[in-house]
Design a protein around this ligand. Sequence first.
Ligand code: FES
Length: 157
Amino acid sequence: MSDKISLSLRVNGASHALSVAPERTLLEVLREELRHTGTKRGCDQGSCGACMVLVDGEPVFSCLSLAVTLRDREITTIEAVEAGNELHPIQRALVQHGAVQCGFCIPGIVITAKALLDRNPHPTVDEIRHALGSNTCRCSGYARIVEAIASLTGERP
Ligand code: FES
């Protein structure tokens, strides 16, 4: 077993002093050390997007990111996207458009959509589809997911 490394991770605005083996991924640390289980483990190899988090505002596969490389970076998980008990507008739109089926992919999709809308509040439908290219919905509910996100921008798929 590898020697652990001490580091401080900033997650959702709070600093966490941790001792982490160098091979541990951010996904493992979030779920198993910090109990932020809203971030999901799907494929564990960078294909499905279920594990998506923001690092300095950019969407990142937490299953492919080593925790020890993320010192002093601002990590945002789905737990910080809601404002108190209020759903984020992206979450509300997904619910209103019937875009949530089994729900497993939804945290990653919300994170990806948030990164897109923070960067570009008025993406075209093609830009929405392109941004969601890293997220797999195993229920294949893409049409309603795109429709929900487009409803926030005034676009129609
Ligand atoms: Fe990370 Fe699938 S669990 S991309």
